[in-house]
Design a protein around this ligand. Structure first.
Ligand code: ADP
Ligand code: ADP
Length: 230
């Protein structure tokens, strides 16, 4: 049974169809990678799955339960379980790395400051940034900022993570450290759907590649099939 099931998602802006009925399923522990040209609709799809963009049509099922996005409480609970990683990190500039990771634990999960700080530190250690916990985003490299944003998502104990081109905003020499964190998550059984242009990583690590173009899935299958030269 899939942990996340996305059915027939459609989205238009004006008279432009951006998503033309996209369906996909992810099983527990799988990494599925969304590839396709810029403008294909990958980012819009990920945002529709988390209801950051409201789809015109379509359903999402998490662990066999249909998500009712119109119920605020259900939406917020869902977003804790389906974490999102953005290309541009989305960290609070006025908070340290530790507080960026811990703030949701206090305000969303209702943990005490002390417990939240301990949990946040554990997640920061997991992404290898213990020595940087007291730094502000401006004092971190792009790769470090992305690792902190991954730690923030992990702190919420997500069942699934959606990653929207997590290395695209990074200088080439910083991409590897973020891919290494993602590789460790794969190895530890995290379930993920990631849009990326990192073909080498996807070929090596993905269970399945989903190739999108023009708002549709054109092909999906194991990397060896999708990337095989004709
Ligand atoms: P990808 O992630 O594959 O590059 P996107 O989902 O970002 O694709 O974009 C798909 C198309 O939707 C693009 O042509 C983009 O210009 C358009 N688009 C995305 N967001 C909006 C918006 N808020 N208003 C109008 N058009 C949008
Ligand atoms: P670095 O130069 O820091 O090793 P890389 O981009 O080579 O940076 O990769 C960092 C980590 O990301 C690797 O240890 C590996 O786990 C993962 N990775 C990146 N590209 C690939 C790939 N093509 N196949 C498998 N793993 C990869």
């Amino acid at each position: 049974d899939p942990i996340l099931l996305v059915e027939n998602v459609r989205k238009s802006y004006g008279n432009r169809d951006i998503l033309r009925g996209v369906s996909l399923a992810i099983r527990k522990g799988e990494l599925k990678v969304l590839i396709g040209p810029s403008g294909a609709g990958k980012s819009t799809l990920l945002q529709c799955i988390n209801f950051l963009v409201v789809p015109d049509q379509g359903q999402v099922w998490l662990e066999g339960r249909k998500v009712n996005f119109s119920r605020k409480r259900e939406l917020y609970a869902y977003r804790q379980q389906v974490g999102m990683i953005f290309q541009d990190f989305n960290l609070f500039d006025h908070l340290t790395a530790l507080d960026n990771v811990g703030i949701g634990l206090v305000h969303v999960k209702g943990m005490s400051k002390k417990a939240a700080g301990e949990r946040a530190m554990a997640e920061i250690e997991r992404v290898g940034l213990k020595a940087h916990a007291g730094h502000y985003p401006a004092q971190l490299s792009g790769g470090q900022k992305q690792r902190i944003s991954i730690a923030r998502a992990l702190a919420m104990d997500p069942k699934v993570m959606l990653l929207d081109e997590p290395t695209s905003a990074l200088d080439p020499e910083l991409i590897g450290e973020v891919l290494a964190v993602i590789r460790d998550l794969v190895a530890n059984g995290m379930t993920m759907l990631m849009a990326t242009h990192q073909i080498g990583f996807s070929r090596a690590m993905a269970d399945e590649i989903i190739f999108m173009e023009n708002g549709e899935i054109l092909e999906q299958g194991p990397p060896g099939k999708i990337f095989s030269s004709p």
